[in-house]
Design a binder for this molecule. Structure first.
Ligand code: ADP
Length: 484
């Protein structure tokens, strides 16, 4: 059992002197809400205003630095993140309730984002591209930052998504006002502190902690050139409306939102792969990944043995303290999240659906734990919202119904991840051709982004694209200028 830096007491403060104190909120451990590990002081309207003034003033200079200089600064930040791994892993466990495995993956992804976008800054924001033209004419195209960008991030990847969006905006020559999720400002505060230590000017990356109301103040400012957002579909819509209602430049919105992710398993699938991948995709991170499997479609002629094996693995999951190395499933983020998930399970039970739940060990009683749950459903269409936690829904289908299954999955309107376990090439081609989904996983687990090799993001209700960690991401943060 690792206990790292338990005595460190953090405060997430806006990164500039406070004029008027905003709301002060305690930050607690999801697995032990009585344990206060730090405080969050919310940014005030005056501080938001001051942050924009500072960010707008320095942005032309930050842009003029050029891609190579910005790359060096982001790479220095990546080195500092690695050097502070122990603090980050400890904070991921304590503030976000992540297991050690998830914490390590999170830090790895954060560092990968910093290095990948640094490389992008170097390649795409260096010398202008020479364009063809008549002899004697010099035509070129250069990418520049758009201006002041806001990043509004969620608690489920409090480091990787937070720094991924911020580093992309910085790499492209924007200055950044970064609002972390209200549940996880401490990890963000450490990340920003290290970026400043790396040499990124404090005016170029400013932290504005707070709840949604701080996000509303930020997105109302006419100086905003764009927003990179990850969170719920409803909040993305609210931000879109806020941006449309302001004066000032037409702002870009890059949004990565919810999902209703399915996996289709036909009778040619290998059971041992299916069990491994279903459990990892549904229950790792307590199901709190954008990519997590929510609805498993099992072909009816294998449903008995396949379900028996899945249940076997399910019953072996260890739920508990994320600092315990034996833990597979930690807590959910907070009491509100727990209440929503429990209400859904209660509703399924009331509707007479077959529900299986893991008994929770006694030591989880005081924390925000939700028992891993399997529910049998008639169709993915029966779900009206995303259930962001350790709940797997099972739907049976018959051979010959594959087209209907894909139609049903498309009909929910999300388009984030889809998994398929099948050894039939024709099935794979059919699903790939017809599924409207951003990330399609074949004969493997569906489990989020791998920077550079598996860029991540959805379509439809799941977001605007482009994919984080992919080759087209940085350009969306930039404006193109042509010289002829
Ligand atoms: P989740 O369901 O993951 O908590 P949210 O969409 O509620 O997703 O939150 C994601 C981020 O959006 C958080 O940082 C939150 O504070 C912020 N947020 C919530 N409401 C608004 C809003 N109206 N305007 C801007 N940001 C908001």
């Amino acid at each position: 059992r690792l206990k790292l830096l338990e005595d460190v007491h953090w405060r997430a403060e806006p990164t500039f002197p406070a004029a008027i104190a905003g709301e002060i909120a305690p930050i607690t451990k999801p697995h032990d809400p009585a344990a206060v590990i730090g405080t969050r002081r919310d940014a005030t309207a005056e501080e938001v205003e001051a942050a924009f003034t500072r960010a707008a003033a320095i942005q032309p200079g930050w842009d003029a630095l050029g891609g190579e200089a910005r790359a060096l600064l982001l790479e220095e930040a990546a080195d500092l993140f690695e050097a502070h791994a122990a603090e980050f892993l400890s904070l991921c466990q304590r503030e976000a309730g992540k297991t050690l495995l998830d914490s390590v993956l999170e830090l790895r992804e954060a560092v990968d984002f910093l290095r990948y976008y640094a490389q992008g800054a170097r390649q795409q924001f260096g010398a202008p591209t020479i364009l063809p033209g008549p002899t004697g004419e010099e035509n070129s195209l250069a990418l520049h930052g758009r201006g002041v960008f806001a990043t509004i991030s969620p608690w489920n990847f409090p480091l990787a998504i937070f720094i991924g969006m911020a580093s992309a905006a910085l790499a492209a020559g924007n200055t950044v006002i970064a609002k972390p999720a209200e549940q996880t400002p401490l990890i963000a505060a450490l990340a920003v502190k290290l970026c400043h230590e790396a040499g990124i000017p404090p005016e170029a990356l400013q932290l504005l902690p707070g709840a949604g109301v701080v996000g509303q103040m930020i997105t109302a400012d006419p100086r905003l050139a764009g927003v990179a957002f990850t969170g719920s579909t409803d909040t993305a819509r609210a931000i879109n409306r806020a941006l449309a209602n302001r004066d000032g430049p037409i702002a870009t919105l890059i949004a990565e939102t919810g999902g209703q992710n399915a996996m289709i398993v036909d009778s040619s699938a290998l059971p041992e792969q299916v069990v491994r991948d279903v459990l990892a995709s549904s229950f790792q991170s307590a199901g709190q990944r954008c990519s997590a499997l929510r609805v498993l479609y099992l072909q009816d002629d294998i449903v008995g043995p396949m379900l028996a094996m899945i249940r076997g693995g399910f019953e072996a999951l260890h739920v508990g303290d994320p600092a315990d190395l034996a833990t597979d499933v930690g807590p959910v983020i907070d009491e509100d999240a727990k209440a929503l998930l429990e209400a859904h399970v209660a509703d399924c039970t009331a509707r007479g659906l077959p529900v299986t739940r893991l008994p929770l060990p006694p030591e989880t009683a005081k924390g925000c734990f939700v028992a891993p749950t399997i529910v049998e459903l008639g169709s993915i269409r029966d779900l009206t919202r995303e259930h962001f936690g350790p709940i797997l829904h099972i739907v049976r289908f018959k051979a010959g119904e594959l087209a209907q299954v894909v139609d049903d999955i498309n009909a929910v309107g999300y388009g984030l991840t889809l998994g398929l376990h099948s050894r039939i090439a024709e099935t794979r081609r059919f699903v790939q051709a017809h599924a409207r989904v951003g990330n399609f996983y074949v004969n493997r687990n569906q489990i989020g982004a791998v920077v550079e090799s598996q860029p991540f993001g959805g379509e439809g209700l799941s977001g605007t694209g482009p994919k984080a960690g992919g080759p087209h991401y940085l350009a969306r943060f930039a404006t193109e200028r042509v010289m002829t």
